[in-house]
Design a protein around this ligand. Structure first.
Ligand SMILES: Cc1cc2nc3c(=O)[nH]c(=O)nc-3n(C[C@H](O)[C@H](O)[C@H](O)COP(=O)(O)OP(=O)(O)OC[C@H]3O[C@@H](n4cnc5c(N)ncnc54)[C@H](O)[C@@H]3O)c2cc1C
Length: 410
């Protein structure tokens, strides 16, 4: 099957069709998955989206290729105050269930490192697939909708928009986190959660670059654009991947990963030579090639750029030959390259963070149905919840899994 494009949706006539089985707020990854799943069960579904386009984050994800899932998904790839919460949904709609959908639509995909799956052509294919499934199952999607009020009256929810009024039996909040407001992100989900007495776990930017303090930045700024493989650890978590020096600090996949575990004032430990043992190789080289300059040894043995070596060595060390290194010098160098200790000033913030850490507290949400334990037939799915995935397709998998499970129960 191929995706229909452009897609047309039935427009809701306010006077005749304002009652629905299910209304979903947010036409993003989790909202569309929930909509198509509920509609496949014969439910009359309306999705309300305040942007003029559905699925904006899907379109820009994975550099336009959407890292839609990962071959290796488990609860270990997620952060939450309740680390068990995500298990049930991830097993009931897993990565292979989503891959089956992709394959049904003949969307070409490829595996990159660490089991990450990306579209070969375009992220738009994923959005088109979801919209096509919604269209075929008669989901109504209204864009440009500004919701002004939500109330629960007896057994139904009443939703007011700027110029319309809708009712539904089940209300699903799929409005995402607050990262990248430019893409339509709002704190709407948290406001509704609070209105219905749900707690919010403190929110912070996740999968986000670090800004370094001025003093450190004055040294590293000149390396802006330099990338290298590094192992980075913080708060007992460790990742290995590429690190990128930027004009503001540090970025690259390994930094985004560790940012999920970083809190203000925490030290980040960075090993710039994860595959070497500098102390051993310096000892050997000192005997084998005593006349070699330290800077030239570092460049040729480790592959570090000359620019980085210039920043990392003192003026005195730049002129040193290997034969002049004593035990203390070797130990200092080992420490400096294998264990660079950094205390970032802050992160780059929600403006560019890929995800929001924290969110609606899962302790009052059913991990099977995603229904609120406080309010009957109110559901929360996707990133609005206090469940945050690693970089690597885990956040979309959470959106698909939670959207599917709620779609089966609304
Ligand atoms: C640049 C970038 C790249 C990313 N790449 C990847 C990737 O490759 N792989 C991966 O797994 N994850 C990726 N992510 C994360 C992923 O996009 C999100 O985790 C995922 O989209 C969350 O799905 P969601 O349905 O919960 O929220 P969203 O997809 O954000 O959808 C929420 C929807 O609700 C709408 N909304 C918000 N407020 C209101 C309101 N008041 N009224 C009506 N509608 C509202 C929004 O406009 C949006 O359409 C990326 C994120 C970013 C920002």
């Amino acid at each position: 099957m191929t995706a229909l494009s452009p897609l047309l949706f039935s427009l809701v006539n306010s006077s005749k069709m304002n009652s629905f089985d299910v209304i979903i707020i947010g036409a993003g990854a989790s909202g569309l998955m929930c909509a198509l799943t509920a509609a496949q069960r014969g439910k009359k579904v309306l999705v309300l989206e305040h942007e003029k386009k559905a699925g904006k984050k899907i379109l820009i994800s994975g550099g336009g290729k959407c890292n839609f899932t990962n071959y290796d998904v488990s609860a270990d790839n997620y952060l939450s105050q309740n680390p068990h919460f995500c298990k049930s949904a991830l097993s009931r709609f897993n990565q292979y269930d989503f891959i089956a959908l992709i394959e049904k639509y003949h969307i070409a995909y490829e595996e990159r490192q660490f089991g990450q799956l990306f579209c070969i052509d375009s992220a738009k294919q994923i959005l088109d697939m979801l919209l096509t499934e919604c269209y075929l199952n008669k989901v109504n999607i209204l864009l440009n909708m500004s919701i002004s009020n939500i109330e629960k009256k007896d057994e139904s929810f009443s939703i007011k928009t700027s110029d319309n009024h809708f009712n539904c039996h089940s209300l699903v909040i799929a409005s995402g986190g607050i990262s990248i407001p430019k893409m339509g992100a709002t704190d709407f989900g948290y406001q509704i959660a609070k209105q219905f007495q749900h707690k919010i776990v403190r929110t912070d930017p996740g999968l986000v670059p670090f800004i370094l303090p001025d003093k450190l930045l004055s040294q590293t700024k000149q390396l802006s654009g330099t990338a290298l493989n590094a192992t980075v650890s913080c708060n007992d978590k460790i990742f290995n991947d590429n690190l990128l020096f930027t004009h503001q600090g540090l970025s690259g996949p390994v930094i985004l990963q560790i940012s999920n575990y970083w809190h203000h004032n925490d030290t980040v430990n960075i090993n710039l030579l994860p595959l070497d043992n500098l102390s051993d190789s310096l000892q050997q080289a000192k005997h084998k090639n005593p006349e070699q300059y330290l800077k030239s040894f570092l460049h040729h043995k480790t592959g570090l750029t000359k620019k980085l070596i210039h920043v990392w060595l003192s003026d005195n060390e730049l002129d040193k030959k290997l034969k002049h290194l004593n035990e203390q010098n070797i130990s200092d160098l080992h420490q400096r390259f294998h264990s660079w200790q950094v205390i970032p000033a802050k992160t780059s913030g929600f403006r560019i963070a890929e995800v929001t850490r924290g969110g609606v507290d899962t302790q009052d949400i059913s991990s099977k149905t995603f229904m609120s334990n406080k309010i009957n037939n109110l559901f929360f799915i996707g990133e609005v919840l206090d469940v945050t995935g690693w970089l690597g397709g885990y956040n979309f998998q959470w959106a698909w899994s939670s959207g599917f499970c709620a779609g089966k129960h609304v």
